[in-house]
Design a binder for this molecule. Structure first.
Ligand code: HEM
Length: 212
């Protein structure tokens, strides 16, 4: 049962169809560069590298959560942001890469230390697993790959989202000290969105199982 009257959802979708997806890429890139500029000019406080690293990480998680919300939003309200999902995914991947690049190049500055940290700190191992799960998604996020893999295999591959995003959220919960609310809010949002993804699918499968 949609939460919005169908006519509202249709009107919103009609308006959204006129909005192009490309400004999202520009917005993401602009935001990343703006943060970098702020770090370089001392506007991010006394520990600019750590703050920049954290800001990129948090942005990555926020955009990943937004991407995860696209299908439940369509199922529960009828509003479709599917056209923007690729841009959201690639923008999130860009933030993850920026996050890791700041950590590796500006923070650690040494290959041996990167290797040590990956093994020594479970939260980094988990974050790295999340990054690895995102790579095939980013690499196949073009029309040629969808054609080459076929829609079904491509969609199956995108189940990796349901591995990558929870790993990102667990990585955040693991790295904080004490019990601040924020990482748990993200983890709760991710698990809630994954649960919402399962509900309509079960319904759909149930419906298909009903004998004709
Ligand atoms: C799906 C991938 C990832 C996501 C979504 C993610 C997200 C985050 C978030 C939200 C934070 C905390 C930001 C804050 O405190 O406001 C963070 C911190 C951090 N992440 Fe990630 N991360 C990911 C992958 C990685 C990877 C691959 C590495 C390194 C190999 C990494 C290393 C770190 C480090 C070093 C910190 C900061 C810890 C500190 O300040 O002491 N992350 N990340």
């Amino acid at each position: 049962m949609p939460l919005l009257p169908p006519s509202w959802a249709q009107a919103t979708n009609r308006a959204l169809r006129r909005v192009p997806a490309w400004p999202l890429y520009l917005l993401g890139l602009g935001w990343a560069l703006w943060l970098f500029w702020q770090a370089a000019t001392g506007a991010l406080g006394p520990e600019p590298i750590n703050t920049l690293e954290r800001r990129y990480g948090e942005l990555a998680l926020q955009v990943l959560v937004a991407g995860l919300a696209v299908t439940p939003l369509r199922v529960w309200t009828g509003i479709s942001l599917i056209r923007f999902r690729r841009a959201l995914g690639l923008t999130a991947f860009g933030f993850v890469m920026a996050h890791v690049a700041v950590w590796a190049v500006l923070d650690l500055q040494s290959l041996s230390r990167i290797g040590e940290e990956l093994v020594k700190r479970p939260y980094i191992t988990i974050g790295f697993a999340g990054l690895l799960a995102l790579v095939p998604l980013a690499v196949t996020s073009n029309n040629a790959s969808v054609r080459r893999l076929g829609a079904l295999r491509w969609r199956k591959l995108h189940w990796l989202t349901y591995v990558a995003v929870p790993l990102g959220a667990v990585h955040y919960v693991w790295l904080v000290k004490g019990w601040p609310a924020e990482p748990f809010v993200y983890l709760g949002a991710v698990l809630g969105l994954l649960a919402l993804r399962l509900v309509p699918q079960r319904r759909g499968q149930g419906a298909r199982r009903v004998p004709a």
